[in-house]
Design a protein around this ligand. Structure first.
Ligand code: 13P
Length: 253
Protein backbone atom coordinates (compact mmCIF):
# COMPACT_ATOMS: atom_id res chain seq x y z
CA UNK A 1 0.00 0.00 0.00
CA UNK A 2 1.51 3.28 -1.08
CA UNK A 3 0.84 6.23 1.20
CA UNK A 4 0.27 9.37 -0.90
CA UNK A 5 2.83 12.16 -0.71
CA UNK A 6 2.03 15.80 -1.43
CA UNK A 7 5.18 17.88 -1.83
CA UNK A 8 5.32 21.62 -2.46
CA UNK A 9 8.06 22.96 -4.70
CA UNK A 10 8.20 26.66 -3.92
CA UNK A 11 10.73 27.33 -6.70
CA UNK A 12 12.36 30.80 -6.50
CA UNK A 13 9.43 32.55 -4.86
CA UNK A 14 8.74 34.54 -1.73
CA UNK A 15 10.68 36.36 0.93
CA UNK A 16 11.69 35.45 4.45
CA UNK A 17 8.41 36.91 5.73
CA UNK A 18 6.38 35.07 3.06
CA UNK A 19 8.10 31.80 3.93
CA UNK A 20 7.31 32.23 7.62
CA UNK A 21 3.64 32.93 6.80
CA UNK A 22 3.40 29.96 4.48
CA UNK A 23 5.07 27.56 6.90
CA UNK A 24 2.86 28.74 9.75
CA UNK A 25 -0.23 28.48 7.55
CA UNK A 26 0.56 24.89 6.63
CA UNK A 27 1.40 24.07 10.22
CA UNK A 28 -1.96 25.45 11.37
CA UNK A 29 -3.90 23.12 9.05
CA UNK A 30 -1.80 19.98 9.15
CA UNK A 31 -3.75 18.34 11.99
CA UNK A 32 -6.57 17.76 9.48
CA UNK A 33 -4.30 15.63 7.30
CA UNK A 34 -4.35 12.16 8.79
CA UNK A 35 -2.83 9.76 6.30
CA UNK A 36 -1.02 11.49 3.45
CA UNK A 37 2.63 12.47 3.85
CA UNK A 38 3.28 16.17 3.38
CA UNK A 39 6.50 17.99 2.51
CA UNK A 40 7.63 21.45 1.42
CA UNK A 41 10.71 22.42 -0.56
CA UNK A 42 11.53 26.10 0.09
CA UNK A 43 14.48 27.91 -1.51
CA UNK A 44 17.85 27.06 0.09
CA UNK A 45 18.14 30.23 2.25
CA UNK A 46 14.80 29.54 3.92
CA UNK A 47 15.43 25.92 4.83
CA UNK A 48 16.47 27.00 8.31
CA UNK A 49 12.97 28.44 8.77
CA UNK A 50 11.47 25.07 7.90
CA UNK A 51 13.81 23.45 10.38
CA UNK A 52 12.70 25.91 13.09
CA UNK A 53 8.99 26.17 12.39
CA UNK A 54 8.20 22.59 11.38
CA UNK A 55 9.98 20.97 14.31
CA UNK A 56 7.67 18.47 15.98
CA UNK A 57 5.07 18.64 13.17
CA UNK A 58 4.15 16.02 10.58
CA UNK A 59 5.40 18.24 7.75
CA UNK A 60 8.72 17.16 6.26
CA UNK A 61 10.87 19.42 4.13
CA UNK A 62 13.54 19.26 1.52
CA UNK A 63 15.56 21.19 -1.03
CA UNK A 64 14.87 21.90 -4.68
CA UNK A 65 18.29 20.72 -5.82
CA UNK A 66 21.50 19.20 -4.48
CA UNK A 67 25.09 19.16 -5.66
CA UNK A 68 26.35 16.11 -7.50
CA UNK A 69 29.64 16.52 -5.63
CA UNK A 70 30.30 15.51 -2.07
CA UNK A 71 32.18 18.66 -0.95
CA UNK A 72 35.00 20.96 -1.98
CA UNK A 73 35.66 23.78 -4.43
CA UNK A 74 32.24 24.01 -6.08
CA UNK A 75 31.24 27.62 -5.65
CA UNK A 76 27.55 28.19 -5.13
CA UNK A 77 26.63 24.54 -4.74
CA UNK A 78 24.97 22.94 -1.73
CA UNK A 79 25.90 19.43 -0.68
CA UNK A 80 23.65 16.60 0.43
CA UNK A 81 25.44 16.57 3.80
CA UNK A 82 24.57 20.26 4.31
CA UNK A 83 20.92 19.55 3.57
CA UNK A 84 20.98 16.69 6.03
CA UNK A 85 22.55 19.05 8.55
CA UNK A 86 19.44 21.26 8.29
CA UNK A 87 17.12 18.31 8.80
CA UNK A 88 16.00 17.89 5.20
CA UNK A 89 14.24 14.67 4.27
CA UNK A 90 13.99 15.25 0.51
CA UNK A 91 15.97 16.70 -2.39
CA UNK A 92 14.35 17.29 -5.77
CA UNK A 93 16.63 16.29 -8.65
CA UNK A 94 16.22 16.62 -12.41
CA UNK A 95 13.45 19.19 -12.38
CA UNK A 96 12.80 20.25 -15.98
CA UNK A 97 13.63 23.85 -15.09
CA UNK A 98 17.11 22.73 -14.08
CA UNK A 99 17.46 20.52 -17.12
CA UNK A 100 16.44 23.49 -19.32
CA UNK A 101 18.03 26.52 -17.64
CA UNK A 102 21.07 24.88 -16.05
CA UNK A 103 21.92 22.36 -18.72
CA UNK A 104 21.57 19.36 -16.44
CA UNK A 105 22.05 16.10 -18.30
CA UNK A 106 20.73 12.68 -17.33
CA UNK A 107 24.20 11.81 -16.09
CA UNK A 108 24.33 14.86 -13.80
CA UNK A 109 20.83 14.14 -12.50
CA UNK A 110 21.75 10.53 -11.74
CA UNK A 111 24.83 11.67 -9.84
CA UNK A 112 22.73 14.11 -7.80
CA UNK A 113 20.28 11.31 -7.06
CA UNK A 114 23.07 9.06 -5.82
CA UNK A 115 24.62 11.87 -3.75
CA UNK A 116 21.28 12.48 -2.05
CA UNK A 117 20.98 8.78 -1.24
CA UNK A 118 24.51 8.64 0.10
CA UNK A 119 23.50 11.08 2.86
CA UNK A 120 20.21 9.37 3.63
CA UNK A 121 18.08 11.95 1.83
CA UNK A 122 15.12 10.82 -0.27
CA UNK A 123 15.61 12.11 -3.81
CA UNK A 124 12.54 13.12 -5.79
CA UNK A 125 13.45 12.35 -9.41
CA UNK A 126 11.55 14.47 -11.94
CA UNK A 127 10.91 13.03 -15.38
CA UNK A 128 8.79 14.42 -18.17
CA UNK A 129 8.49 15.32 -21.83
CA UNK A 130 8.14 18.67 -23.61
CA UNK A 131 5.15 19.46 -25.80
CA UNK A 132 7.21 18.85 -28.94
CA UNK A 133 8.30 15.47 -27.65
CA UNK A 134 4.70 14.53 -26.79
CA UNK A 135 3.44 15.64 -30.16
CA UNK A 136 6.26 13.72 -31.80
CA UNK A 137 5.14 10.53 -30.04
CA UNK A 138 8.26 10.47 -27.90
CA UNK A 139 6.79 10.67 -24.38
CA UNK A 140 7.67 7.12 -23.37
CA UNK A 141 11.11 7.30 -24.90
CA UNK A 142 11.91 10.50 -22.98
CA UNK A 143 10.61 9.44 -19.56
CA UNK A 144 12.28 6.04 -19.98
CA UNK A 145 15.61 7.79 -20.63
CA UNK A 146 15.17 9.96 -17.53
CA UNK A 147 14.31 6.91 -15.42
CA UNK A 148 17.00 4.66 -16.87
CA UNK A 149 19.74 7.15 -15.97
CA UNK A 150 19.07 6.38 -12.30
CA UNK A 151 18.38 2.68 -12.86
CA UNK A 152 21.73 2.40 -14.64
CA UNK A 153 23.54 4.33 -11.90
CA UNK A 154 22.05 2.63 -8.86
CA UNK A 155 19.72 -0.17 -9.93
CA UNK A 156 16.24 -0.80 -8.60
CA UNK A 157 17.61 -0.55 -5.02
CA UNK A 158 18.31 3.13 -5.65
CA UNK A 159 14.79 3.72 -6.95
CA UNK A 160 13.38 1.93 -3.93
CA UNK A 161 14.86 4.66 -1.73
CA UNK A 162 13.53 7.59 -3.76
CA UNK A 163 10.35 9.06 -5.18
CA UNK A 164 9.55 9.69 -8.85
CA UNK A 165 7.61 12.69 -10.10
CA UNK A 166 6.13 12.66 -13.58
CA UNK A 167 6.03 16.31 -14.62
CA UNK A 168 5.08 16.90 -18.25
CA UNK A 169 6.91 20.11 -19.12
CA UNK A 170 3.91 21.45 -21.05
CA UNK A 171 1.78 21.25 -17.91
CA UNK A 172 4.17 23.09 -15.58
CA UNK A 173 3.01 26.57 -14.68
CA UNK A 174 0.72 26.68 -17.71
CA UNK A 175 -2.63 25.88 -16.14
CA UNK A 176 -2.90 23.04 -18.66
CA UNK A 177 -3.02 19.94 -16.49
CA UNK A 178 -2.49 16.50 -17.99
CA UNK A 179 -5.81 14.71 -17.98
CA UNK A 180 -6.04 11.91 -15.41
CA UNK A 181 -5.93 9.44 -18.33
CA UNK A 182 -2.83 11.03 -19.85
CA UNK A 183 -1.04 11.06 -16.50
CA UNK A 184 -2.13 7.55 -15.51
CA UNK A 185 -0.87 6.18 -18.83
CA UNK A 186 2.65 7.52 -18.24
CA UNK A 187 2.66 6.52 -14.56
CA UNK A 188 1.67 2.97 -15.50
CA UNK A 189 4.39 2.92 -18.16
CA UNK A 190 7.01 3.98 -15.59
CA UNK A 191 5.85 1.41 -13.06
CA UNK A 192 5.94 -1.33 -15.68
CA UNK A 193 9.45 -0.36 -16.67
CA UNK A 194 10.57 -0.58 -13.04
CA UNK A 195 8.75 -3.91 -12.64
CA UNK A 196 10.88 -5.34 -15.43
CA UNK A 197 13.85 -4.85 -13.06
CA UNK A 198 12.15 -5.49 -9.73
CA UNK A 199 8.45 -6.13 -9.21
CA UNK A 200 8.49 -5.34 -5.47
CA UNK A 201 10.15 -1.97 -6.00
CA UNK A 202 7.67 -1.13 -8.76
CA UNK A 203 4.81 -1.92 -6.41
CA UNK A 204 6.12 0.21 -3.56
CA UNK A 205 7.74 3.23 -5.23
CA UNK A 206 5.76 6.48 -5.13
CA UNK A 207 5.13 8.13 -8.50
CA UNK A 208 3.83 11.68 -8.03
CA UNK A 209 2.23 13.83 -10.71
CA UNK A 210 3.31 17.46 -11.15
CA UNK A 211 2.07 20.13 -13.54
CA UNK A 212 -0.73 22.57 -12.68
CA UNK A 213 -2.14 20.34 -9.97
CA UNK A 214 -4.73 22.42 -8.09
CA UNK A 215 -7.38 21.81 -5.42
CA UNK A 216 -10.01 21.28 -8.12
CA UNK A 217 -8.18 18.60 -10.11
CA UNK A 218 -6.09 16.90 -7.40
CA UNK A 219 -8.78 14.44 -6.33
CA UNK A 220 -9.30 13.01 -9.78
CA UNK A 221 -5.58 12.76 -10.53
CA UNK A 222 -4.56 11.19 -7.22
CA UNK A 223 -7.56 8.86 -7.50
CA UNK A 224 -5.90 7.03 -10.39
CA UNK A 225 -4.24 3.69 -9.67
CA UNK A 226 -0.65 4.68 -10.33
CA UNK A 227 -0.74 8.32 -9.19
CA UNK A 228 0.55 8.46 -5.64
CA UNK A 229 0.38 12.16 -4.90
CA UNK A 230 1.61 15.43 -6.30
CA UNK A 231 4.60 17.71 -6.70
CA UNK A 232 2.96 21.09 -6.52
CA UNK A 233 4.34 24.41 -7.80
CA UNK A 234 2.04 27.45 -7.92
CA UNK A 235 -0.66 26.01 -5.68
CA UNK A 236 1.93 25.24 -3.00
CA UNK A 237 2.45 28.97 -2.43
CA UNK A 238 -0.93 29.39 -0.73
CA UNK A 239 -1.40 27.42 2.46
CA UNK A 240 -5.13 26.96 1.84
CA UNK A 241 -4.67 25.56 -1.68
CA UNK A 242 -1.79 23.36 -0.64
CA UNK A 243 -3.72 21.93 2.31
CA UNK A 244 -6.73 21.31 0.06
CA UNK A 245 -4.50 19.20 -2.20
CA UNK A 246 -3.15 17.40 0.88
CA UNK A 247 -6.77 16.58 1.77
CA UNK A 248 -7.22 15.02 -1.67
CA UNK A 249 -4.12 12.94 -0.91
CA UNK A 250 -5.65 11.94 2.40
CA UNK A 251 -8.89 10.91 0.76
CA UNK A 252 -6.96 8.58 -1.51
CA UNK A 253 -4.81 7.04 1.20
P1 13P B 1 3.02 24.07 -11.20
O1 13P B 1 2.19 23.34 -10.17
O2 13P B 1 3.16 25.53 -10.94
O3 13P B 1 2.56 23.75 -12.59
O4 13P B 1 4.51 23.48 -11.06
C1 13P B 1 4.72 22.12 -11.03
C2 13P B 1 6.15 21.85 -10.75
O5 13P B 1 7.02 22.12 -11.55
C3 13P B 1 6.48 21.26 -9.44
O6 13P B 1 7.81 20.86 -9.39
Amino acid sequence: MRRPLIAGNWKMNGSKADSIDLLNGIKAGIADIQKASVAVCPPFPYLYLAEDLLRGTAVAYGAQDVSREECGAFTGQVSAAMLKDFGCTYAIVGHSERRMFNGETDEIVARKYMQALSQGLTPILCVGETLDQREGGKTEEVVARHLDAVLDAGGAEALARGVIAYEPVWAIGTGVTATPDQAQEVHAFLRKRIAAKDAAVAESVLILYGGSMKPDNAMELIGRTDIDGGLIGGAALKAGDFLAICKAGDANA
